[in-house]
Design a protein around this ligand. Sequence first.
Ligand code: ASP
Length: 304
Amino acid sequence: MYAIAIHGGAGAVPRATLAPERERKYRAGLEAALDAGFAVLERGGTSLDAVTTAVRALEDHPSFNAGHGAALTRDGAAELDAAIMEGRQMRAGAVASVRHVRNPVELARRVMEKSRHVLLVGAGAEEFALEEKFVLVPNHYFRTAERLEQLESEQRGERVSDLVPPSAAHGTVGAVARDAHGDLAAATSTGGMTNKRPGRVGDSPIIGAGTYAKNGVCAVSATGHGEYFIRAVAAHHVCAAVEFRGLSLERAVHELLHEVLRKLGGDGGLIGLAHTGRIVMDFSTEGMFRGARDASGRREIAIY
Ligand code: ASP
């Protein structure tokens, strides 16, 4: 069965403060990305194309913390991370700390398909983007008034210490898909965390931490406090628990979020797709922007 699930980040999204107008925007953005990704699968396209399409749509949407509308560093710049992985040959590509690539997920994919490497960062990643004829954009393309406000309030609130986790809703985006051939894929893209130190890289572009896919096992995209997801090797933990300990995907995701990460003190959410096409979406935060659609007719968008 072909299927796709997406997320638009997990975090504190107090119902009382999520105005109906904003909630509509989030839902519309999720719906458009979900349907675009699903349409690829419906036409017989690959899971790789489906996750690329869905994540690109979320990167272009200003409400989510990826691409246009990304969270800002403490210097007010956007530094973007993204990764993609396919489950058949377990090929992967990722970029980190890029400042001028409009759709980092596409560059991550190009790294996977056209370079001998898995992860390119900063200036080297952008040099590769130029060679590959990507059109680069000025950094201010990513910056929205809302993110600037978020950064300023974070800085006013004395949350400037590296040791204090940011409180704001995260908003990273990701997708997992299974196509009609049974191939799995996962992709994740983010601006990271508000008020982060320049050069900080989160879990999203780290294969096995924020993103992972292996045919016959599962595909995973994570969101949350990245430092913890890196330390727990979160996405790989889930797939390894399924593959080597025989846990169901539900159980593996639950263990990771509510036992492993909780013990470390980290929170967030995760979407996973089992090799059967079964979708699991779970979180340890107040909410997670998410959507799921499959060939059996399921179509769902949810926040809480
Ligand atoms: N995991 C991302 C990071 O730490 C942030 C998020 O998911 O909101 O970079």
